[in-house]
Design a binder for this molecule. Structure first.
Ligand SMILES: [Zn+2]
Ligand SMILES: [Zn+2]
Length: 226
């Protein structure tokens, strides 16, 4: 019996060690792990004994660690996100509305700093997905063909919108070229996919990044009628 417990403990130590190795890549052997007196802790959920580096910090607990291991915490978070997707989306919506300027400023910095990287990613994706591009182009053509189409004076739209993005309200630099995330893009106020017309009144100035972020299924609240 005692021998069995011993084997179990060794197995648990090995598991903890593997987890620790994965996380930190220290490459220490189990013996080293024991000799180095790596602190271990049992997870309240999966009951496995793991190195304390496998637990998130949590100040309110006596040992300053969460009771459940990182793996279980991630699984819990995933499950929560799946069952509460609507609630989370609603919270985000409120947050976005209340922090519009803060988010815009953050995004501006982010896109300026990661410009080259984003452009390279877009170009690489396009290079590897010619069929998807083709399908998307056809879909867009079909949508425009199915929509009410009117004469469009793009310069007039630019002047009307003051060269500002309809989504983040920041200036658009029309010298930047596609696929620069900050380059000029034209957004359908009411998306073509929702029956919006392809006319001057339904088009607005926006950044490429802001336009592609919105995607389909945007909320009516975000639509500002011109
Ligand atoms: Zn666990
Ligand atoms: Zn924008």
């Amino acid at each position: 019996m005692a021998r069995n417990n011993e084997l179990k403990l060794i197995e648990q130590l090995a598991q903890a060690h593997a987890a620790r190795q994965n996380a930190s890549n220290l490459g220490a052997s189990l013996l080293e792990c024991v000799v180095a007196q790596v602190e271990l802790k049992q997870c309240n959920t999966c009951r496995r004994v793991k190195a304390i580096s496998e637990f998130h910090r949590y100040k309110r607990r006596k040992d300053s660690l969460r009771g459940i291991c990182k793996e279980c915490a991630a699984a819990y978070k995933r499950a929560y996100r799946e069952t509460h997707s609507e609630k989370i989306a609603a919270q985000w919506r409120v947050y976005r509305e209340e922090n519009h300027e803060k988010i815009a400023a953050y995004q501006q910095t982010y896109y300026t700093e990661h410009r080259e990287e984003i452009i390279a990613k877009v170009l690489a994706w396009r290079k590897h997905n010619p069929e998807k591009i083709n399908t998307n182009r056809q879909k867009r053509r079909a949508r425009i063909a199915g929509a009410t189409v009117g004469p469009i004076d793009y310069d007039a739209i630019w002047l009307r919108d003051g060269g500002r993005c309809c989504i983040c309200s920041l200036k658009v630099d029309n010298r930047l070229e596609w696929p620069d995330p900050m380059s000029l893009s034209w957004d359908h106020t009411i998306p073509l996919s929702l029956g919006g017309p392809h006319t001057q009144n339904n088009l607005r100035v926006c950044h490429l990044r802001c336009n592609s972020r919105r995607g389909v299924g945007r909320l009516p609240a975000q639509i500002v009628l011109v």
